[in-house]
Design a protein. Structure first.
Length: 255
């Protein structure tokens, strides 16, 4: 896919992996629409990037917000790229220390944001992409979803998070098969330990220790490196229906 001049929608684009993706794609000439609940953060990044970006404030769990974001992105240029970075984590064991069960409300919240949110944007973006003019190989677009190494190496206390990211992994191949007839590819990235606001809340000593646990290089990943992989996936039309671990070779221990 030729990136210059196409439109991309990035959920969770105001910070972390999403922001790294926005910066990378805009630098390659892509017109990026940032879709995030954090309106102030989305506006700040759009202003920083300049004319190559705009934003939509909304929630990926709300289908109407998702449709509004997709429509805005499609109005800027031909929508060819959708990147799902919106999501969150949760710490909770199957049973708590007092043997009470895992909170059902928390479990449902994680499922709604990480799975339903991804589904909402993927389906609506694909619906619009399917109506665009095909390029080389008949390609109309690519959807990149975000899982986690927790989908494979879930740690103690990651029941809900691992289940949600495992579901994102599980959607990859059937979605790619569903959309092959209209020339849309589907890929998933499973990032490891990245320098995002979530880890930014930890003391520097803990962040350094996490970086040292990576096989090589012994540091946290940078959001721009996630964005680089998104760009590589978009440009390489033979990447489809696969999950790529972007983790420096780490395999997470039980805790």
């Amino acid at each position: 896919m030729e990136l210059d001049g196409v439109s991309a929608l990035i959920t969770g684009g105001a910070s972390g992996l999403g922001a790294g993706t926005v910066r990378k794609l805009c630098g390659l000439g892509v017109r990026c629409t940032i879709f995030d609940r954090n309106e102030a953060g989305a506006k700040q990044l759009a202003d920083e990037v300049g004319t190559g970006a705009d934003y939509v404030a909304g929630d990926v769990t709300n289908p109407d917000d998702c449709q509004r974001a997709v429509d805005q992105a499609a109005g800027n240029a031909s929508l060819r790229i959708a990147v799902n970075c919106a999501g969150t984590g949760w710490v909770g064991r199957v049973i708590n220390r007092d043997n009470s069960p895992h909170d059902l409300g928390a479990f449902k919240f994680i499922m709604e944001l990480n799975i339903v949110g991804t589904f909402n944007v993927m389906t609506r973006a694909a619906s619009v992409m399917a109506g665009t003019e095909p390029g080389p190989d008949g390609e109309r677009g690519v959807i990149v979803n975000t899982a986690s190494v927790a989908a494979f190496d879930g740690q103690i206390g990651q029941l809900a998070y691992s289940a949600s990211k495992g579901a994102v992994v599980g959607m990859t191949l059937p979605a790619a098969r569903d959309l092959a007839s209209v020339g849309i590819r589907v890929m998933t990235i499973a990032p490891g330990l990245f320098d995002t606001p979530l880890l930014g809340m930890l003391p520097q000593e803990q962040r350094d220790a996490l970086g040292q646990s990576v096989l090589f290089p012994k540091r946290l990943g940078q959001p721009e490196q996630y964005g680089e992989l998104v760009a590589d996936i978009a440009r390489n039309s033979y990447l489809n229906g696969e999950v790529i671990r972007l983790d420096g070779g780490i395999r997470m221990p039980p805790k």
